[in-house]
Design a protein around this ligand. Structure first.
Ligand code: PMP
Length: 439
């Protein structure tokens, strides 16, 4: 048995079975767009650990900042001190928010915890309880966020009863809505967005009245649910609906934030400012850090002592985040993201259809380097077969929840040449999986 196989066996024996895993690779090194497994084999990583290492694996600026911070101060408990790296981080983040109104921060460790912090704030501030989420949402795996996550029953089956007061509205997912209609040509994305808003109004009339509804929680581009971009105008309509009914709008930018979509936050593409914005993942290039931001007047409705946590805004993670922001500026990451996005989208849209079996259609969608590829008319498991074929080509890609969708999440500093390589390998993987369908 190889060393890698032995280690994988050891992992299977001793790591909780509840953790699902899409590969059996044992990795020990990462650099830029690549990871290496213990036996030295190099893989093109189009996952960035699900949108986390947006500056590439082990960016030297981040590594140096972490080393220096570890030697200086590794822990400055927020319920005891103000710590300098966190104050620096706020200084760096303040001007990158979708609006200067978003000026007051709370930091935590994971995306799920930050979503819970947003719900705690919404409930305390409005003195209302109910939360509306969307079909296909993913907000985490903790007890609170399990109730808010609807992308797959796997995440909550057997764990109930879940947190009460959560209601689910349709997300304007055009491809899936159109697929259920006899004549998809009659349905436009705009119609889908307007219909989703109508359904939301009905939910507020039939199930959870505005007097009971504290917040509407949305991913401005749905992640785990399928890399679904809402139709134009939808987010503006949602903002207006929230204002009309005095409901807070919370945007979960855990996956879509920190440059992933070519702007710092995905909601900036829509011109909408949420009341609370949730961030994590890409904020610190792989170090555990998350946070929420809101206007000071809203945030100050929480009594002192009601928020906090041992590792809340850990000093080393904050230093990694400060370095991450420096890399954004030094390497013009947003500009590169947009250039590579163009390269990916035009090539994938041109090349994928010819690689597919007859009768199968594809929707290549997303913003920036948040790239979803949905196959329609394929047998169940097709997207997963593509991911397995990609692995044979030393390339790691992910699927999304229940529909046949691949997601590509490369680092924002992926080069032009690496992008060409990624496109070739993804298209070839699709062709290989298609051959098995035809046969
Ligand atoms: N919200 C969204 C949109 C996410 O994509 C995720 C993680 N995939 C989470 C919340 C939860 O984050 P974490 O895994 O860090 O708890």
């Amino acid at each position: 048995m190889s060393i890698a196989a032995k280690l994988a066996q050891f992992g299977k024996q001793h790591i909780a079975r509840g953790i699902g895993r899409s590969t059996e690779l044992v990795i020990s090194k990462g650099k830029g767009t690549y990871v290496w497994c213990v036996e030295g084999k190099k893989y093109l990583d189009l996952t960035t650990g699900i949108g986390v290492t947006n500056t590439g694996h082990c960016h030297p600026t981040v590594v140096k900042a972490v080393q220096e911070q570890a030697a200086n101060l590794s822990h400055g408990q927020v319920n005891i001190f103000f710590q300098k790296p966190m104050l620096d981080l706020i200084e760096g983040l303040k001007n990158r928010m979708p609006s200067p109104k978003l000026d007051t921060f709370f930091f935590w460790n994971s995306g799920s915890e930050a979503v819970e912090a947003a719900i705690k704030l919404a409930r305390q501030a409005t003195k209302k309880q109910n939360i509306i989420v969307f079909q296909g949402s993913y907000h985490g795996r903790t007890f609170g966020t399990m109730a808010l996550t609807t992308s797959k029953t796997t995440y909550s089956a057997g764990f109930g009863p879940l947190m009460p007061g959560v209601h689910v509205a349709p997300y304007p997912y055009f491809q899936q809505w159109a697929a259920h209609k006899a004549d998809p040509t009659k349905f436009t994305p705009e119609w889908c967005g307007e219909e989703a808003l109508r359904q939301l109004e009905i939910l507020l009339k039939q199930r959870t009245s505005p007097e009971d509804t504290a917040a509407i929680l949305i991913e401005p581009i749905q992640g785990e649910g399928g890399y679904v971009v809402p139709p134009k105008g939808y987010m503006k309509g949602l903002r207006a609906l929230c204002d009309k009914h005095n409901i807070l709008l919370i945007c979960d930018e855990v996956q879509s934030g920190f440059g992933r979509t070519g702007k710092m936050f995905a909601v900036e593409h829509t011109g909408v400012v949420p009341d609370i914005l949730v961030m994590a993942k890409g904020i610190a290039s792989g170090y555990p850090l998350s946070g929420i931001v809101a206007n000071k007047a809203l945030m100050d409705l929480q009594p002192p002592g009601s928020m906090g946590g041992t590792y809340s805004g850990n000093a080393i993670s904050c230093a990694a985040a400060n370095a991450t922001l420096r890399v954004f500026d030094d390497e013009k990451l947003l500009e590169n993201c947009n250039a590579r996005s163009e390269q990916f989208f035009s090539a994938l849209r041109a090349k994928i259809p010819a690689a597919l079996p007859k009768g199968v259609t594809v929707d290549v969608r997303g913003e920036g380097l948040m790239i979803g590829i949905e196959f329609m008319g394929v047998p169940y498991g097709f997207a997963n077969s593509v991911a397995q074929e990609a692995l044979k080509l030393d390339t790691i890609v992910l699927t999304t929840s229940i529909y046949e969708t691949l997601r590509l999440i490369p680092p924002l500093n992926i080069t032009k040449e690496e992008t060409d390589l990624a496109i070739d390998r993804v298209v070839n993987s699709i062709a290989a999986a298609s051959k098995a369908v035809k046969a």
